[in-house]
Design a protein around this ligand. Structure first.
Ligand code: IMP
Length: 226
């Protein structure tokens, strides 16, 4: 699946690298909802591996930020599952070690995609008043960074509320030729430039109810196109 190689950019660790030629796992090796049969090409990252990697990210976050108070800012909708699981692992570490991390959780909803294309307009929906971030240590939790445009715009927005510190956790970072942003501080997986769904990542609001991260099939793209 991956060569376990770690990429470092500006002192940040880029996560597990999934190579361009990774074909994914055959669908019949795993379970997934019957209603998506024919709509997927392969299981790209199984749910168990996502969870194991998230557990380690939680530990890295705890090592860096333990004994601070933080505000976790979950980027909806795609980030809800990763955020919930990450927070669960941090909570378990807080219960079972000498370090503890007081967390508040807030949400922001962004939308920039239509079908499988990033659009120029980024809409911030809800929680526009983030004055709760003033003077706080903020951990932005996002499921996927593609071109980096969304993250760049969000960081600019968050900075307006004068937080003390901002860190970013991204489950997936895509290798794209014209990426604009910097790498998140905590990265789960670095993936090729393919459109993926599942684990709360959607294609026009479908596939959020899929546990694994999968590659959508051409048939699936046509079926749910708007
Ligand atoms: P960016 O601004 O190009 O980095 O796009 C980031 C946003 O696009 C993410 O927050 C997702 O909502 C969405 N996105 C990008 N790539 C994918 C994908 O492969 N699957 C599902 N959503 C994606």
């Amino acid at each position: 699946m991956a060569d376990g190689r770690i990429i470092k950019t500006e002192g940040k660790v880029g996560g597990i690298v999934i190579k361009d030629d990774w074909p994914g796992y055959r669908l019949d090796l795993f379970t997934y909802p019957e209603h998506y049969s024919g709509d997927l090409e392969c299981v790209y990252i199984p749910h168990g591996i996502i969870m194991d990697r998230t557990e380690r990210l939680a530990r890295n976050i705890m090592d860096d930020l333990g004994d601070h108070d933080i505000v976790v800012l979950c980027v909806l909708k795609g980030g809800y599952q990763f955020c919930a699981d990450l927070v669960e692992f941090i909570k378990a570490l807080s219960r079972n070690s000498n370090k503890s991390l007081l967390m508040r959780v807030d949400f922001i909803r962004l939308k920039s995609y239509l079908n499988d294309q990033s659009t120029e307009d980024l809409h911030i929906i809800g929680a526009e008043d983030l004055s709760v971030l003033n003077g706080k240590n903020v951990l932005i939790v996002e499921a996927i960074v593609d071109t980096g445009k969304t993250m760049k715009a969000l960081l600019k927005h968050v900075e307006k509320f004068r937080p003390k510190m901002v860190k970013v956790a991204g489950l997936l970072v895509k290798r794209v030729p014209n990426g604009v942003g910097s790498l998140p501080d905590y990265v789960g997986f670095e993936i090729p430039n393919r459109f993926v769904v599942g684990y709360a990542l959607d294609y026009n609001e479908y596939f959020r109810d899929l546990n694994h991260i999968c590659v959508i099939s051409e048939k699936g793209k046509i079926k749910y196109k708007i």
